[in-house]
Design a protein around this ligand. Structure first.
Ligand code: HSE
Length: 429
C-alpha cells in the first residue's frame, strides 16, 4: 500500500472531533477505500488543553491555523473554523496558493468567496471540496456536480437548516415555545455558534447561494438575496397551516425563471403531499429539478457531528483517490455575476393572516383593499375569536408578485381595524 496521506485539521469543535473519530474508528476500512492510509498529522484550534473527548496528543499542534498551510508534510487541510473571512479565508487562500488540497464545511466561506477560491483552485490545480457545507451528511454537492451533470437545472428547493426545521417541528408537534426548542437545538449541536445565523435564515441563504452557483454557473451576491427567517412566526400560523393542509418550512430556493435566477430564503406553507412537507426534526432535504431526470429529492441528517463529519471524510477519501471534479462543476474563471430578480419579478401565492376587530364591514374593507391592489383572493377563512381579542381573518391569494403582496400587507397594516401587524407567508406550489 502507498505511503500515508497526511492531513491537517483547523478547528476542533463538534465537527473536527467527529472527523477524528471517524478516521480513528474506520482507519483500516478507509485505507482500503482510499488506496492508502489516511492520518491526521497536525491540528490547530483555539484551546489546546480543552477536553474534547478524543486524544490529540499524537498530533503536532499549531497555534496559528494558517501555519498548517506552510507545512510541507501535509497533503490536505481541513478547515472547520467557520466564518466567511478571517483565519478561515486566510487558510483557504494559503492552502490553495500552495497547490494543496482544501476541504471545508464552511458555508459562509463558500457563499462569499467560493467563486474566487474555485478560480484559485483551478489555477493551482488544487482540489477544493465542500460537501459538508450544504445539507450536512447529504451528498447533494456531489449529486449536482456529478450525478446530474447531464441536466439543465431549473429549480432547487430545500430545507437547508436543521436548527430551524427542528424548531418548526417541535413548535408544531409538541406546541413548545420557540426559545425553549432553540436552546435544545443548541445543546444537540445543530445550531451555529451564533444561532441568529440559523433562525434569521442566513445559514440557509449561504447554502442556497452555493447550490445556485453550482446549478446555474453564475455567482449570486449573497447580501442581495431576499432572506426571511422564522423568528417572527406565530404558533397561530402553524395552526392555520395545519388546518389548511400545509406545513410551514423554512425553504432555501434557487430557481431559473424567464427574467433571471431567483435565490431566496423564506418560511413557506408547503402542501402536505409535497416531498418536503414530511421532513421532520433536524433532517434536511433538497429537491432538484433537472430537464432530463425530472424531480429528484435527497433527504438526510443536515447538521450535527456525525453527519457533517461524514461529508468531510467523504471529500477526503475522494481526494486521496484522485477523484476530483472542478469545484463549481466547471471552470470558474469566467462565471458571470448573477443579477438578482426584483420583487416585481418574483411570483408566488400568499397566505395573509390578520387579527381584526369583529365589526361590520371589516371583511369588505379588507377585500376591497386586495381588489384595489389587483391581488386575487383564492380562499378566505374566519373562525372563532382570538385569545388576544378580535378575530383572525386568513386569506390565501392567487399568484401575485412579492412587491404587490408586500404593498397589500403594508396597506392592510394601516387600517384602523387591524389589531396587529399582518403575517405574510409564501405558499409553495
Ligand atoms: N446550523 C446548521 C443547521 C448546521 O442547523 O443546519 C449545518 O450547517
Amino acid at each position: 500500500m502507498a505511503d500515508t496521506y497526511n492531513i491537517g485539521i483547523a478547528g476542533l469543535g463538534t465537527v473536527g472531533v467527529g472527523v477524528i473519530d471517524i478516521l480513528n474508528r474506520h482507519g483500516d476500512l478507509l485505507a482500503k477505500r482510499a488506496g492508502r492510509p489516511v492520518a491526521v498529522r497536525a491540528v490547530s484550534a483555539r484551546d489546546r488543553h480543552r477536553d474534547r473527548g478524543v486524544d490529540i496528543s499524537g498530533y503536532d499542534w499549531c497555534d496559528d491555523p494558517v501555519a498548517l498551510a506552510r507545512r510541507d508534510d501535509l497533503d490536505l487541510i481541513v478547515e472547520l473554523i467557520g466564518g466567511s473571512d478571517g483565519p478561515a479565508l486566510a487558510l483557504a487562500q494559503a492552502c490553495l496558493e500552495g497547490g494543496r488540497a482544501f476541504v471545508t464545511a464552511n458555508k459562509a466561506l463558500m457563499a462569499y468567496h467560493g467563486a474566487d477560491l474555485a478560480v484559485l483552485a483551478d489555477r493551482m490545480d488544487a482540489p477544493l471540496a465542500y460537501e459538508a457545507a450544504v445539507a450536512g451528511g447529504i451528498p447533494v454537492i456531489k449529486a449536482l456536480k456529478e450525478g446530474l451533470a447531464g441536466n439543465e437545472i431549473s429549480h432547487i428547493s430545500g430545507i437547508l437548516n436543521g436548527t430551524c426545521n427542528y424548531i418548526l417541528t417541535k413548535m408544531e408537534e409538541d406546541r413548545r415555545d420557540f426559545g425553549d426548542v432553540l436552546a435544545e437545538a443548541q445543546q444537540l449541536g445543530y445550531a451555529e455558534a451564533d444561532p441568529t445565523f440559523d433562525i434569521d435564515g442566513h445559514d440557509s441563504a449561504h447554502k442556497a447561494v452555493i447550490l445556485a452557483m453550482l446549478a446555474f454557473h453564475a455567482v449570486p451576491a449573497v447580501d442581495t438575496a431576499p432572506v426571511v427567517g422564522i423568528r417572527a412566526l406565530d404558533t397561530v400560523d402553524i395552526d392555520y397551516a395545519r388546518e389548511l393542509g400545509y406545513k410551514i418550512k423554512l425553504l432555501g430556493t434557487a430557481r431559473r425563471t424567464e427574467d433571471g435566477i431567483e435565490v431566496c430564503v423564506h418560511p413557506a406553507m408547503v402542501p402536505l403531499d409535497h416531498a418536503l412537507a414530511g421532513v421532520r426534526d433536524a433532517t434536511n432535504a433538497v429537491m432538484i429539478q433537472g430537464d432530463a431526470v425530472g424531480e429528484t429529492v435527497y433527504i438526510g441528517p443536515g447538521a450535527g457531528r456525525g453527519p457533517t463529519a461524514s461529508a468531510v471524510v467523504g471529500d477526503i477519501i475522494d481526494i486521496v483517490r484522485g477523484h476530483t471534479s472542478p469545484a463549481l462543476g466547471r471552470a470558474a474563471h469566467d462565471l458571470p455575476a448573477m443579477v438578482p430578480l426584483d420583487d416585481a419579478q418574483r411570483f408566488a401565492n400568499f397566505y395573509i393572516r390578520l387579527r381584526v376587530n369583529d365589526a361590520v364591514g371589516v371583511v369588505a374593507e379588507v377585500a376591497q383593499l386586495l381588489s384595489d391592489a389587483d391581488v386575487s383572493i383564492d380562499g378566505l377563512l374566519q373562525r372563532g375569536r382570538a385569545a388576544k381579542g378580535g378575530v383572525y381573518l386568513v386569506i390565501t391569494t392567487h399568484a401575485t408578485t412579492e412587491a404587490r403582496a408586500a404593498d397589500v400587507v403594508a396597506a392592510l397594516d394601516k387600517l384602523d381595524n387591524i389589531l396587529e401587524p399582518p403575517a405574510l407567508l409564501r405558499i409553495e406550489a
